[in-house]
Design a protein around this ligand. Sequence first.
Ligand SMILES: [Zn+2]
Ligand SMILES: [Zn+2]
Length: 150
Amino acid sequence: MSLSFTYASMALMDRQPAGVRRLPKNYALLLDIVRAGGRGTHRTASDIFALARAERRGIGFATVHRGLARLCELGTISKIEVGGEAAWYETAAPAHAHLLCEACGRVVDVEYAIAPRTLRAIAQRAGVRIGAENVTFRGACHDCAAAAAR
Ligand SMILES: [Zn+2]
Ligand SMILES: [Zn+2]
């Protein structure tokens, strides 16, 4: 199991900035697709592209990429990056960690957040300012762990 921290700006939850109300049609479609699965659904850009394509044949991969980047900037979706793997996107949610299952390749939510007190201590020790946390574990998801135990 590995634990990695990245301090990229992460989405604040359920804020609806003015930019969202003026989204181009294609971007609004992407937002709908990411939100459709609800919390705990993580999709790669390729998954999202395939779903967008099914709705709007003319949509290109570059548009999907730009759109996802923009939606991350707006804080309506979050990007999950695990070193050396494809990135996943999910609807903005309160802080939680992720687990990348090394058996089935799924990314699942794990209820975990670093206590603010601990973050402050880490920042103070390192002499840095921490804006956001992003924790990803590697291991086996619930189903795969259960299957291995049988
Ligand atoms: Zn699994
Ligand atoms: Zn998640």
